[in-house]
Design a protein around this ligand. Structure first.
Ligand code: DGP
Length: 114
């Protein structure tokens, strides 16, 4: 837990959020500024700053995030597909420096970058 980190404070319950999933490793809550009908942030409970900070020591958290994504997507009715995005660092457009995966769906998504 990092005292100054917004997502650590959401995980701890210090700051309220609309949580949709939680387990020992993962917390997931709705994005405050949704870009699609379903827009959930899937966040490791360990403070990992970004994708650039994933290592052999903490990669279990990342694996658990993707296990959670599959469960949340099913629970949110995204059987027809969805997109998972992580922004990394300044050039990648990351604004909150706690690793998170945007789970986006509920509509036919356009604006593919890749
Ligand atoms: P990124 O730009 O990839 O670092 O994504 C950060 C996301 O976090 C952005 O889509 C908006 C969301 N966000 C920022 N502050 C809050 C908050 O206080 N609560 C919730 N639920 N989401 C937030």
């Amino acid at each position: 837990m990092s005292e100054n980190c917004l997502f650590c404070r959401i995980i701890s319950g210090d700051i309220p959020s609309d949580k949709v999933y939680e387990d020992e490793y993962v917390c997931a809550f709705r994005d405050i500024n949704p870009q699609a009908p379903v827009h959930v942030l899937v966040v490791p409970k360990a403070h990992i700053a970004s994708a650039a900070d994933v290592s052999a020591e903490n990669s279990l958290y990342v694996a658990r995030c993707f296990e959670a994504i599959a469960k949340i997507a099913a629970a949110e009715g995204l059987g027809n597909g969805y997109r998972v995005i992580t922004n990394c660092g300044e050039d990648g457009g990351q604004s909150v420096m706690h690793l998170h995966f945007h789970l986006i769906g509920g509509v036919k998504l356009s604006e593919k970058i890749i």
